[in-house]
Design a protein around this ligand. Sequence first.
Ligand code: ATP
Length: 278
Amino acid sequence: MSGDEPIGEVQQAAVGAVATVPPGEGPVLDVIGVSKVFGGLVAVNDVDFVVPRKAIVSLIGPNGAGKTTFFNCLTGLYRPTTGRVIFDGRDITAKRPDVVTSAGIARTFQNIKLFRTMTAVENVQVGMHPRLRSRVTGMILRTPFVRREEKNSRERARELLDFVGLKRKDELAMNLPYGDQRRLEIARALGSEPRLLLLDEPTAGMNPQESEQLRALMDRLRTERDMSILLIEHDMKVVMNVSDHITVLDHGEKIAEGSPTEVRQNPRVIEAYLGSQA
Ligand SMILES: Nc1ncnc2c1ncn2[C@@H]1O[C@H](COP(=O)(O)OP(=O)(O)OP(=O)(O)O)[C@@H](O)[C@H]1O
């Protein structure tokens, strides 16, 4: 598990019709009453949350609002204290991170987590691992099937790097400029062929031009690859321009949700978040 203390069993909230919605229909992600408690601290408090198909949904809120903890509850890094996580009609509550990835959710991290001494292509190939069919014995014996799959995965990795706009594909990850490392993280996440992509502050440390390129990339992921995106982001320009829907957390609670226009005008949001920025 994640290193946080065990909290007890996940309470089985009522799922009603949600769990019976067949894959491919209904929202891609349906989160029901998720809470996460660390000792006495309620980091996420009974949050309901939906990501419709092919939507870009942003999760915003002041520092410490519980956004990353919420992500960690979705991706199996944390076991939620209460609540259910339904992905594409399937209950993935408290499943291991590799199971969640295989189910079709990929993520990037607030602090970039690349294999620093591997090339960009190799990093993306690692990301493809959940979708590869080679077995360990085949890898040791270097069977024709393994060699063919490796070649295909190298070509596919290069395509994904093209898609995210990364030119220095054979460069070691640690030698890439910061913006390219962020792009590489996204390409690696795409390697597992997710239907839902979770991005944790992808524009952190980027200049305005790079942020705009990333916004355009998110748009293309949705329109060209039918992907749904859940975004944690502090750059309000990016959030307001790219999101179909925004949810606002404050002290672990959902205090508002709606379209960018609705959220921008919500007095609780202005007070809790936009106000504090101003
Ligand atoms: N493993 C942990 N153990 C104990 N407390 C934690 C743990 N992870 C997060 N917290 C606490 O939970 C609260 C929510 O933190 P979280 O990182 O989820 O907020 P955030 O909205 O992502 O913040 P930021 O915008 O600064 O990244 C904070 O008070 C934080 O200190």
